[in-house]
Design a binder for this molecule. Structure first.
Ligand SMILES: Nc1ncnc2c1ncn2[C@@H]1O[C@H](COP(=O)(O)OP(=O)(O)OP(=O)(O)O)[C@@H](O)[C@H]1O
Ligand SMILES: [Mg+2]
Length: 268
């Protein structure tokens, strides 16, 4: 089985949470599965941008990125990548940290339609990318060597570096690598009916249901690129796509391999 596990910046803010997730990855490897990790860095990137006098702005959950913002995102994500690989090293999980430009080709996203003051307009997200192709050979080689690739979502179109939403990157890689499951570890227990009520999680959603929840505003912010990423991974053939809470003190990843996963499962 090949798993792609994506975790958000908020899910690993706390060193203990990061260690716990990495230890579950170790157990998955020990039970014979292959794992690819992709991580984000949302809150830390916003904090660093503010320190540098930049104003964090997101549209439909995706960060608007100019060249100064890209520098900050690349630096923060690179630092987080090192933190993750250090923890995996300490658990004797062989791994390879890398930026997404080392194993993918990306392209700049088109401006997106937004409604502002009741009027529709096109908003340019700047240096924001999506996955065009994946160097599957490089990733397969790492997996064959028993390594866990640990990827941070700074891509490139060959000319310039692009900031890619971590969920979007994860789905692109999961699809190209034909991963059996993609698991998005975040700071909520799944897709919620009411964001302020953690018990209102939808255990199961179809692609159509996901679309109507975006339409009616139930799904907003960072959950939009996340569910879109899940939908893309399902359409590309992933058997199951799940969202789980990284702050859960119980096992989150292993349970999934046992067939008793928590969180929200998205199916076609
Ligand atoms: N219906 C919903 N159910 C659950 N969460 C929702 C919903 N609508 C919006 N959200 C928001 O989406 C957030 C998760 O996305 P966010 O982009 O912030 O984190 P992440 O993707 O895990 O991390 P990163 O962006 O660092 O990779 C939740 O914390 C919540 O505030
Ligand atoms: Mg996000």
């Amino acid at each position: 089985m090949l798993y792609l596990i994506k975790f958000g910046g908020n899910a690993i803010d706390d060193e203990r949470d990061l260690r716990k997730i990495c230890d579950e990855v170790r157990q998955m490897k020990e039970s014979g599965s292959d794992v690819i990790l992709v991580h984000g860095g949302g809150p830390a990137i916003s904090a660093e941008m503010e320190k540098a006098g930049l104003k964090p702005e997101k549209i439909n959950g995706v960060r608007v990125t100019d060249s100064a913002g890209l520098e900050v995102a690349a630096k923060v994500l690179g630092d987080i990548n090192k933190r993750v690989t250090d923890v995996l090293d300490s658990l004797n999980v062989t791994n390879q940290g890398m930026a997404a430009y080392s194993c993918t080709v990306c392209r700049k996203v088109q401006p997106v339609k937004i409604i502002e003051n009741n009027k529709e307009r096109l908003a340019d997200l700047g240096l924001v990318g999506e996955v065009e192709s994946v160097d599957t050979k490089t990733l397969k080689k790492l997996l064959d060597q028993g390594k866990v690739p640990v990827i941070y979502p700074i891509g490139s179109d060959g000319k310039e570096r692009l900031n890619v939403n971590a969920d979007t990157m994860a789905a692109g890689i999961a699809a190209a690598m034909k991963c059996d499951e993609m698991i998005a570890v975040t700071d909520v227990p799944g897709v919620l009916k009411d964001v302020s009520d953690p018990s209102s999680v939808y255990p199961r959603l179809t692609v159509n249901e996901v679309h109507s929840l975006i339409e009616d505003g139930t799904i907003s912010g960072g959950m939009i690129p996340k569910v879109e990423a899940c939908v893309n991974a399902v359409r590309a053939g992933a058997r199951a796509v799940r969202m789980v809470n990284g702050k859960d003190s119980n096992k989150i990843l292993i349970d999934i391999t046992d067939g008793n996963g928590k969180g929200t499962v998205i199916t076609e």
